[in-house]
Design a protein around this ligand. Structure first.
Ligand code: TXE
Length: 489
């Protein structure tokens, strides 16, 4: 069955190209999918443009759009196991983690369904001018290109698709070429829920051939992109000539700050989860551990002891606690960062080389790795390795902790651990990051905004601002008693 979805029809790529998708856990063939190129991207944009300019969706009452999203949430819950399995096969992540992702995805659709049904952001303006009706209404931006990565494929897609639809837009989605299957499944559910043809379009394929046209085409009004910093810069440059609205989520190099008075056992436990969850392939990962000098030795020793016990394995191995990296190329990149760190003086405490377990040889496994005695100048500290690599730096004072934490071009997340409540709030307020956790790591909810400062990007996903991202505010001023003004008399 063809897998590109354009104008409500399933279709193959114009040039007949296909791509094999293999499970990163063991290299088995998951499926062969159609590989779109520029002509398919153009066709998908034409379909979205037509649905937006002439179709019923943008003018459908917001409440009805919301009800459709609530139906999608129900369908996702119905098909949860099917979607979770597909996500795990594409990404190699544990089935239990994919199942949690599916719950969060349904919640995201439900949140934006309810937000749209409740009337969204429109408001009446109190102008103080007599006989005037002034309102700010919110309209869809138009045709949106949604480009998503491979680490949380359908989750990151839902953060874009749900608000884009809630606001009344049409879109072309291009998921990562490595993890296309759940996006295909989502298109089926959107059609089943009754979304008009052409509102949701899907193309599959590589960034330069299928993604770039979605950023360049003058018929596209907005690009929302989640991915790496280098690609993000390209997306922004490609969108610039036609002054498209752009939203970027470009990852982070996130500090996890542990003061000496933190609850030891809990802080150790979260330090591991912060960085090693999904083998570090998480934009919000706490990859930089900043630990107060007097706590350093005992804390690092315990982190290392426990990191050594984290068992690697495939999606359906019940004993595994973490999975493989996404690809051979990505593993090589992580290895290069570790090698560079060691060459620059970091001390290897655990991990650092591929596992020799024969059962893991067909997957792209890399063990939890701890690099101690790191400094901000090391590339492994200030660039995103996006792997299971924890770098450890020491600090003495609160001011030094904040300075080290902010010494990065990124600003996505950060965390602070201490039992001194005033201190945690002082530090939280000084961290230049879009999300800060106090005595916690990683939680998020659809009601609260997510996004970055500095080179982690701009624009927000989730929360009310996540809907506003896909809207244009329009001020409508109506004079209820127009009279000649005689300005020129
Ligand atoms: O991501 P890319 P890659 C980071 C992480 C990782 C690095 C590179 O550090 O090691 O990025 O990963 C599409 N025009 N993150 O190379 O290239 C591509 O097809 C338009 C952080 O896999 O950013 C895919 O759909 N689109 C991160 C999407 O961009 C283009 C998640 C992301 O791929 C394109 C993933 C182009 N010219 C990686 N080139 C996060 N923020 O969570 C590629 N793409």
């Amino acid at each position: 069955m063809p897998q590109l979805f354009i104008g409500g029809q399933w279709t193959v790529a114009v040039d007949g190209q296909v791509r094999e998708i293999r499970c990163p856990a063991d290299g088995t063939l998951v499926g062969t999918v159609d590989e779109a190129g520029p002509k398919d991207a153009a066709a998908a944009i034409t379909a979205a443009r037509d649905a937006f300019d002439r179709g019923p969706w943008p003018g459908t009452p917001a409440a009805e759009r919301g009800w459709l999203l609530l139906r999608v949430a129900d369908l996702l819950e119905r098909d949860k196991e099917k979607f979770a399995r597909a996500e795990s096969l594409d990404t190699g992540k544990r089935l239990v983690e994919s199942e949690l992702d599916m719950d969060d995805i349904a919640k995201c659709f439900r949140y934006y369904g309810n937000l749209a049904a409740s009337g969204g952001n429109d408001r009446v303006v109190n102008t103080g001018v007599p006989d005037v009706d002034s309102r700010v209404v919110h309209e869809p931006v138009g045709v949106c290109s949604l480009i998503t990565p491979w680490n949380y494929p359908l989750l990151q897609t839902s953060w874009k698709v749900a608000p884009a639809l809630a606001a009344g837009n049409a879109f072309v989605l291009k998921p990562s070429e490595l993890t296309p299957h759940t996006a295909i499944g989502l298109m089926r559910l959107l059609a089943e829920a009754g979304l008009p043809d052409g509102v949701a379009n899907l193309i599959l394929g590589a960034g330069p051939t299928a993604g770039a046209p979605l950023c360049e085409d003058p018929r596209v009004d907005m690009v929302s992109f989640t991915g790496g910093l280098v690609t993000g810069r390209r997306v922004m440059a490609a969108a610039a000539p036609t002054v498209k609205k752009v939203a970027l989520e470009l990852g982070g190099k996130n500090p996890n700050i542990v003061f000496a008075d933190a609850d030891f056992e809990t802080a150790v436990d979260y330090a591991l989860m912060a960085v090693f969850l999904h083998s570090g392939q998480v934009c919000s990962a706490g990859a930089r551990l900043l630990v107060q000098d007097e706590l350093h030795d005992s804390f690092v020793a315990e982190v290392v002891k426990r990191a050594r016990t984290i068992r690697m394995g495939g999606p359906f191995d019940d004993h595994a606690r973490t999975g493989p990296l996404i690809s051979a190329t990505h593993r090589e990149k992580v290895e290069a960062y570790v090698a560079a760190g060691l060459a620059e003086g970091a001390v290897l405490r655990c991990g650092g080389s591929r596992p020799d377990d024969p059962a893991l040889q067909n997957g792209y496994y890399y063990p939890p790795t701890v690099l101690d005695e790191c400094t901000p100048a090391m590339s492994v500290v200030h660039e995103e390795s996006f792997g299971p690599v924890l770098t450890v730096e020491r600090f003495r004072s609160e001011a030094e902790a904040v300075a080290l934490a902010n010494d990065t071009v990124y600003g996505l997340t950060g965390a602070v651990w201490s039992q001194d409540i005033a201190r945690t709030h002082r530090v939280a307020s000084r961290l230049r990051a879009g999300t800060v956790w106090i005595n916690d790591f990683h939680p998020y909810v659809p009601q609260a905004e997510w996004g970055g400062m500095k080179q982690s990007g701009f624009g927000r996903e989730l929360g009310p601002a996540g809907l506003a991202e896909y809207e244009e505010a329009k001020h409508v001023w109506r004079n209820l008693a127009p009279q000649p003004q005689r300005w020129f008399e």
